[in-house]
Design a protein around this ligand. Structure first.
Ligand code: ADP
Ligand code: MG
Length: 404
């Protein structure tokens, strides 16, 4: 029998966060906030290049219970999914900044720090925080953004005593990206935070990173008798281990050499990147493949948005497959565990999702075929001695919000 990931509803999650808070701080929290993980349906490794992505917010969330302590420190405890013991960090407020803390707590206090620096959170004050989560960690479903966005929104709303406005949410996106890039040192590009802060039930987001525009589009597969099945390979990745940065580095270098702000602005990017690589004594073939992925993935995602609008899921499914193959053959971020799932599902709409180097694969599956397809994926993994994948049927949920 395939194993399924579980996600609690808001009330259960709020209760769990409050309980953890009480156990560690012997007081009631002032409030509890939640932010979801996200699944990127198509458009990977394009956010940092001015491209287009189509993610949606998951119904799996990270919740944070917060209370102002009146002390000059942040105290954080976190119980990650599947863990029986909470991790703890205590850090003086004035020690938080670039590179510190560079562990998991950097996502939490780093996001708050960056929001204070940006003037979105009005002042720094000591906080006690207790975190519980249903977003699997390192599975390509953005547990890191769920952590940042819940903490930043909670700290902001607690400080102001009201709900965050849309412009404040936009500013929090940037603060959370800064925490990830500068405090923890993961050079990710902003897709995750936007989805986590702006997601809406029943909707996917079409994010154009060049224009800085997010449009909500209906994402309802049930009219076609389909669901989006997530298979987590359980071969975890860490986006701050250098591989992700090396892919991004090529794109950033080409962009800078062309005197552009984003790769999207560069005309004829593949040809020009090859000529530049040749001149610079870099590997022209590799440079070309990387740039080609980013250019084509952006075009593909623009077409996917049109296919969604036209309710043409046959075309959409084909674009998902093309995307996976490009991430595999040109961007080279697909691991054997991811490829095993992709091959096991047959000719369905399917692709790896997220940064790659591990994580999850998503597949459009007919509702009544879900158990059989999941079994086939498990069997394929076990035949190769890979970890046993776990599953989730994903439907679009709401973005970050107060839950208690
Ligand atoms: P993803 O965001 O796809 O899950 P990342 O590598 O970007 O993968 O982020 C995973 C990291 O985020 C973990 O290594 C850990 O540092 C941190 N993290 C995520 N969720 C939690 C949590 N609930 N508690 C503590 N740390 C967490
Ligand atoms: Mg992440």
């Amino acid at each position: 029998m395939a194993r399924w990931m579980s996600a609690r509803d808001d009330a259960e999650l709020a209760q769990a966060a409050s309980r953890l808070f009480q156990a560690h701080f012997s007081q009631e929290p002032e409030g509890v906030w939640a932010a979801p993980g996200r699944v990127n349906v198509i458009g990977d490794h394009v956010d940092y290049a001015g491209g287009i992505s189509i993610p949606f917010a998951l119904q799996a969330n990270t919740a944070i219970a917060i209370r102002r302590s009146g002390q000059p420190t942040y105290r954080v405890v976190s119980l990650a999914p599947g863990q029986s013991e909470a991790a703890k960090v205590e850090i003086p407020i004035n020690e938080v900044g670039p590179g510190n803390p560079d562990n998991w707590a950097g996502y939490v206090v780093g996001a708050i720090w960056a929001a204070i620096e940006a003037g979105v959170i009005p002042c720094a004050e000591g906080l006690d925080m207790a975190i519980v989560s249903d977003v699997p960690v390192g599975s390509g479903l953005s547990s890191s953004a769920a952590l940042e966005c819940s903490a930043a929104l909670g700290a902001l709303e607690l400080a102001t005593g009201r709900s965050a406005t849309q412009p404040e949410r936009t500013a929090l996106v940037d603060a959370c990206i800064r925490a990830e890039n500068e405090v923890v040192g993961a050079s990710t590009g902003g897709l995750d935070q936007r989805a986590s802060l702006f997601g809406q039930e029943g909707k996917a987001l079409v994010i154009d990173f060049q224009e800085g525009e997010t449009t909500l589009v209906p994402f309802d597969l049930s009219g076609h008798g389909l669901v989006l099945l997530i298979a987590d390979t359980n071969a975890p990745h860490a986006l701050n281990d250098g591989q992700y940065a090396s892919r991004r580095g090529v794109i950033d270098d080409v962009t800078a050499a062309m005197g552009a702000n984003t790769l999207r602005e560069v005309d004829n990017a593949v040809v020009r990147a090859a000529a530049w690589a040749e001149e610079e004594g870099r590997d022209a073939e590799v440079t070309c493949k990387r740039v080609k992925h980013v250019v084509e993935e952006t075009d593909r995602t623009a077409e996917a948005a049109k296919a969604l609008e036209a309710d043409d899921l046959t075309r959409f499914a084909q674009l998902m497959r093309d995307s996976h193959e490009s991430l595999r053959d040109q961007y080279e971020v697909v691991t054997p565990e991811l490829e095993s799932v992709f091959q096991a599902v047959g000719q369905r709409g399917s692709r790896m999702t997220g940064g790659g180097f591990g994580g999850s694969v998503i597949t459009l599956v007919a509702e009544d075929e879900v158990p059989a397809v999941a079994e086939r994926i498990v069997q394929a993994a076990l035949d190769k001695d890979f970890p046993e994948p776990t599953f989730m049927v994903a439907t679009p949920g709401n973005g970050a919000r107060r839950i208690a």
